[in-house]
Design a protein around this ligand. Structure first.
Ligand SMILES: NC(=O)c1ccc[n+]([C@@H]2O[C@H](COP(=O)([O-])OP(=O)(O)OC[C@H]3O[C@@H](n4cnc5c(N)ncnc54)[C@H](OP(=O)(O)O)[C@@H]3O)[C@@H](O)[C@H]2O)c1
Length: 324
C-alpha cells in the first residue's frame, strides 16, 4: 500500500481507503463479514475509513469504533458525516443552513456519532450534503472551531452532492475546510475542471468516492440487474440510468481488457493516476474485494496511453429525479 498526504492536515493516508456505506444499510450486509473485511484491510495497510451517521443510523459507525478498538497499536483515520437536519439528500439550492446544519444540530450529531462509535474524537467530520451559498454564513464554521477546540474533531470536510463538483469550489477557496469528498471516476471526470485545481491551490485533501459508479464500473451489472426489496440501488438504477450505464461499461470493457486489466482495477488505477487525489474510498464488504482493491495501489497509475483512452469515456451527467 502506498500513502499520500491528506492536504494541509499532513496525515499520511492509504491510497485505498474504505467506504462504509454498504455495510451500514445495503441489503445483504453481515456485520461479521464486514468486520472481517475491515480487519483484513487494516492488515493490508488501509488506514482511512469513511462512515456516516446515515449509514444505518449508526450501524456503520459502531463497526468503525469496534475496528479502532481492535487495533490500538495502529493509527487509523476516522471520518464520519453529519446528516442534514431535514434528512434530504441531496440538498437543493433553496435549502438554507437552518434547514440543514444549524449549529445545535451540528453539535447534536457530532455527539451522536461519538456515542455510536464509542470514540473520543473523529479525525474528520464532513457535512453530508453541501450548498456553496452556505459559505457566507459563518455559524457552521464557528461551531466546528468550537468542537475542534473541545477535542471532538480534528478536521472539517464537505461531501459534495452527486454530479455537482462546482458546488464546493467556494468552500475550498474560503480556506474554511480541510477536505472535500466528491464523486470522481472514469465516467465522472468533471471534478478535474475546477474543483481539483482549487484544492491543490488551497492544499485541501480530496477523498474520491463512488469509484465504481455504485457498481457499474466493476463490469458486473447487466440490463437485468435488480436488488432485493428495500435496497436503495433499485431506486437509483432505474431503467433510464441502468441501461445507458451498462452500455457504457460494456464499451469500456474491451478497452481495459486489451490492456490486460480487470474493470475494478482499472477504475481504481484511473483515479490514482490523478496526483491531486488523497485517497479513494471504494465501498466493499467482501474480503476478496478488499484484497483486489488494495492491490490496485501497488499496481500504481495507468499508462499514459490507456489513460488517454479512458478520458474519452467521460460522461457528463446532471442531477435528476432518481440520482439522489
Ligand atoms: N453523499 C455521500 O457523502 C456519499 C454518497 C455515496 C457514497 N459515499 C461514500 O463513498 C463510498 C463508496 O461509494 P459506494 O460504496 O456507494 O459505491 P462504489 O464504491 O462505487 O461501489 C460499491 C460496490 O462495488 C462492489 N465492489 C467493490 N469492490 C469490488 C471489486 N473489486 N469487484 C467487484 N465489485 C466490487 C461492492 O461490493 P461489496 O459491498 O459486496 O463488497 C459494492 O457493491 C461509500 O461506501 C461511502 O463511504 C458517500
Amino acid at each position: 500500500m502506498k500513502y499520500r498526504r491528506f492536504g494541509r492536515t499532513g496525515w499520511m493516508v492509504s491510497e485505498i481507503g474504505y467506504g462504509m456505506w454498504g455495510m451500514g444499510s445495503w441489503s445483504g450486509s453481515s456485520d461479521e463479514e464486514s468486520l472481517g473485511s475491515l480487519q483484513h484491510a487494516v492488515e493490508l495497510g488501509c488506514n482511512f475509513f469513511d462512515t456516516a451517521w446515515a449509514y444505518g443510523g449508526g450501524r456503520s459507525e459502531r463497526l468503525l469504533g469496534q475496528l479502532v478498538r481492535a487495533n490500538p497499536d495502529k493509527r487509523l483515520y476516522t471520518a464520519t458525516k453529519i446528516p442534514p437536519k431535514n434528512m434530504k439528500w441531496p440538498s437543493r439550492r433553496q435549502f438554507s443552513l437552518d434547514d440543514c446544519f444549524p449549529p445545535d444540530h451540528i453539535e447534536e450529531y457530532v455527539r451522536r456519532s461519538l456515542e455510536n462509535s464509542g470514540l473520543e474524537s473523529f479525525d474528520l467530520i464532513q457535512f453530508h450534503v453541501w450548498e456553496d451559498a452556505w459559505v457566507e454564513d459563518e455559524r457552521w464554521a464557528r461551531k466546528m472551531d468550537e468542537l475542534r477546540r473541545q477535542g471532538f474533531i480534528n478536521a472539517v470536510g464537505i461531501s459534495i452532492n452527486r454530479w455537482e463538483p462546482w458546488n464546493g469550489v467556494r468552500a475550498v477557496r474560503s480556506g474554511l475546510i480541510d477536505a472535500v469528498q466528491v464523486i470522481y471516476n472514469v465516467f465522472d471526470q468533471n471534478p478535474e475542471d475546477e474543483l481539483f485545481p482549487a484544492c491543490v491551490e488551497k492544499d485541501v485533501a480530496i477523498v474520491a468516492r463512488v469509484p465504481f459508479d455504485e457498481g457499474t464500473l466493476t463490469g458486473t451489472l447487466t440490463r437485468e440487474s435488480t436488488w432485493p426489496e428495500g435496497d436503495w440501488r433499485n431506486t437509483y438504477f432505474v431503467a433510464s440510468n441502468l441501461f445507458p450505464s451498462v452500455e457504457r461499461a460494456d464499451a469500456l470493457k474491451p478497452v481495459v481488457e486489451r490492456a490486460g486489466i480487470r474493470m475494478p482495477e482499472a477504475a481504481l488505477r484511473f483515479i490514482l493516476s490523478h496526483p491531486a487525489v488523497s485517497t479513494i474510498i471504494p465501498g466493499m464488504r467482501k474480503l476478496s474485494h478488499v484484497e483486489s482493491n488494495i492491490a490496485a495501489s501497488d499496481a500504481g497509475p495507468l499508462s499514459q496511453e490507456l489513460l488517454a483512452e479512458l478520458r474519452t469515456h467521460r460522461w457528463e451527467r446532471a442531477p435528476t429525479e432518481w440520482s439522489q
